[in-house]
Design a protein around this ligand. Structure first.
Ligand code: M6R
Length: 611
């Protein structure tokens, strides 16, 4: 949902800003822009990708300064065109030469715009952001920091902003509420960005801004305050981030790379968390709350998209292993439907980015109602990670591809560990847990084996890739996997796909099945295998073509399925982390075969920081 980067220092700002934008492009990519002060503020903007902006700006003079701001946009208010691209400026005729970039939404922009128009301001764009620029301009009285603080006291909504001004060319002011923002601290320089990927090439020292914090940066000093000008002391920490993690290497796309990283992601996620000898799970992040978790009377998972699907697997696991009544809710629905949270309710937020606005709002609501909140989050130090009472990190490394892959199996792995951690303290014997953990530790090797199916899956996919409607079906623990397979296919290849419990098909969706329609079944050997086979027969007798994910050695399934992708046999509760892999590869190959932009699908952004 928009990426922002800003620089003040002694080096040329332009290459640092453009490089930063490329790192952040996964956050939004419908238009981009930058502003650099070089005697006066020069601005370049363009609809389209950062590469378009780069070509434009590299052919222009006036961008050689050492302070600047840059933005890559995911449109909310106003179509993606040059005018609506950021930076925005204050009133051209009576302004102070203020340029601003913004990630978030100014919710009360309507009334503010009316107020400013009555004061004689003229607006150029259709964005909510421009209102903030004019408001800062209206309040500016020779002190940019004070004007930003004053303006932010008037706005409602979410923002991460960076502001520069012709009249104070040695000052960069940044602020944040609800949208992420981090300040990298270098020698005589600061690099501000939506996340650390745009910072680590320059420095590993950084601090995260808290909500309602404003930072004033000059080349050799900074100060942070609240919007009411109360001084704050941020904690500077070492960023744990290896640049190799965000390079493509031998892969064509981040999604492909991240699918193939999954065995290692799982190994990292498991490291130090399993004590197979003692039959114990070790989760330092929640140890303090172990007693509350053991006594929990109800668990509610909240998340969106892929994180919701992982939560659905979590529901099965929690009830199976910990025997605690568990539900899953779209975070967006939970927040607004006045949920009843009795004593002993634990709300678990599942999120790769840790910044998803809906999930964050659900956690805020749960906390207000007295629930214990946990985060199952990938990005270290993200807002959800900080706003929950405790949590467990995924440790799967940065996920850049918009389509979530390694985060899904990380989320499922962490919920498995959580359920086992609680279950062991309630009903599970040390022997049972020992065996389960042994199976968990073997899982990365099984995933590695499943990845060898890639060419076979590509070949099979090519036979169906022209079909516009697909079904994904599964039962039990594999039902959320069917949902996830359908989501992957639709979001990157724009094929219409629906996922559902296999048994639900005959209650309506079976009407869709016509000659040759691809129907993907997760049909591994487990307690519901026979029932899935019956559902396969129902599809076949109506002309559908069956693509099955099956267990190695199941030769019988070849008689009822056109295509079979075999995965190793693992215990039923652990199957989702393996069965999802062929479906991720299927979606990836379908998108590539259809010539789509796999890592930057249309209309999407990696982290959804608006409601
Ligand atoms: O960062 P989060 O895990 O909170 O994101 C939630 C969803 O926006 C995300 O999973 C989305 O559905 C992915 N694009 C799916 O691939």
């Amino acid at each position: 949902m928009c990426g922002i980067v800003a620089y003040i220092g002694r080096r040329p700002a332009r290459p640092i800003l453009l490089e930063g934008l490329k790192r952040l492009e996964y956050r939004g990519y419908d238009s981009a822009g930058l502003a650099v002060f070089n005697g006066s503020i020069a601005i370049a903007k363009s609809a389209g990708r950062v590469s378009v902006l780069e070509q434009k700006v590299n052919g222009l003079g006036g961008f050689d300064g050492t302070i600047g701001i840059a933005h890559t946009r995911w449109a909310t208010h106003g179509e993606p065109n040059d005018t609506n691209a950021h930076p925005h400026t204050d009133d051209v005729s009576k302004g102070h030469g203020i340029a601003l970039i913004h990630n978030g939404i100014i919710e009360n922009y309507g009334v503010l715009k009316q107020y400013l128009e009555e004061k004689g301001h003229t607006f150029n764009s259709d964005t909510d952001t421009e209102v903030l620029t004019h408001l800062i301009g209206e309040l500016y009285d020779g002190d940019l920091e004070a004007a930003v603080q004053g303006a932010l006291r008037e706005v409602t909504g979410a923002y991460a902003i960076a502001v520069i001004c012709n009249e104070q060319p040695d000052v960069l002011v940044v602020a944040r509420k609800g949208s992420p923002l981090m300040v990298g601290v270098g020698k005589d320089e600061y690099i501000v960005a939506s996340d650390s990927s745009a910072i680590v090439a320059h420095t590993t020292q950084a601090f995260t801004l808290d909500d309602y914090t404003v930072a004033k940066l000059t080349r050799d000093s900074f100060r942070t305050t609240t919007v009411d000008n109360v001084p704050l002391t941020p904690q500077i920490r070492e960023l744990e981030f290896d640049l190799d993690q965000i390079e493509l290497g031998r892969f064509s796309h981040y999604m492909e790379k991240e699918i193939h990283e999954q065995p290692d992601s799982l190994r990292r996620c498991l490291k130090g968390r399993t004590d197979t000898r003692e039959g114990q799970v070790v989760l330092g992040g929640i140890a303090e709350y172990a007693r509350d978790l053991v006594k929990a009377r109800r668990i509610i998972f909240v998340g969106q998209g892929t994180a919701l699907h992982a939560s659905m697997v979590g529901e099965y696991l929690m009830e199976d292993l910990a025997k605690i009544p568990t539900e899953v809710e779209f975070a967006s629905e939970f927040r607004y439907r006045n949920p009843i949270l009795e004593d002993g309710t634990v709300v678990i937020a599942v999120s790769q980015s840790g910044e998803t606005a809906d999930t964050l709002a659900a956690i805020t609501e749960a906390k207000q109602r007295g629930a214990l909140t946990l985060g199952v989050v990938n990005v270290v130090g993200s807002t959800i990670a900080r706003d929950t009472d405790a949590g467990v990190y995924l440790r799967v490394g940065p996920e850049i591809g918009v389509a979530s892959t390694k985060a899904f199996i990380g989320q499922v792995m962490v919920t498995t560990l959580l359920a086992t951690f609680i279950g062991r303290r309630r009903f599970l014997s040390a022997d049972y847990v020992s065996q389960l953990l042994t199976s968990l530790e073997a899982l990365p090797d099984h995933v590695e084996k499943a990845l060898q199916l890639s060419e076979e899956i590509k070949d099979a996919t090519s036979r169906y890739v022209e079909r516009e409607n697909w079904l994904f079906l599964g039962r039990g623990h594999n039902y959320p996997v069917a949902l996830e397979g359908a989501l992957k296919l639709k979001e990157i290849s724009y094929i219409h796909a629906e996922g559902m419990p296999a048994a639900e098909m005959k209650h309506g969706p079976i009407a869709l099945i016509d000659d040759g329609m691809p129907v993907v079944f997760v049909a591994t050997k487990n307690s519901q295998y026979e029932k899935v086979i019956s559902n396969i027969e129902e599809v076949r007798s109506r002309g559908g073509h069956v693509i099955a994910v099956a267990t190695e050695g199941d030769n019988a399934i070849r008689k009822v399925a056109e295509e079979v992708f075999y995965v190793p046999d693992v215990p039923e509760p652990l199957q989702p982390m393996l069965t999802v892999v062929p479906l991720q590869m299927l979606a990836y190959h379908a998108a590539v075969l259809r010539g789509k932009d796999v890592d930057k699908p249309r209309n999407l952004a990696k982290s959804v920081t608006v409601e």
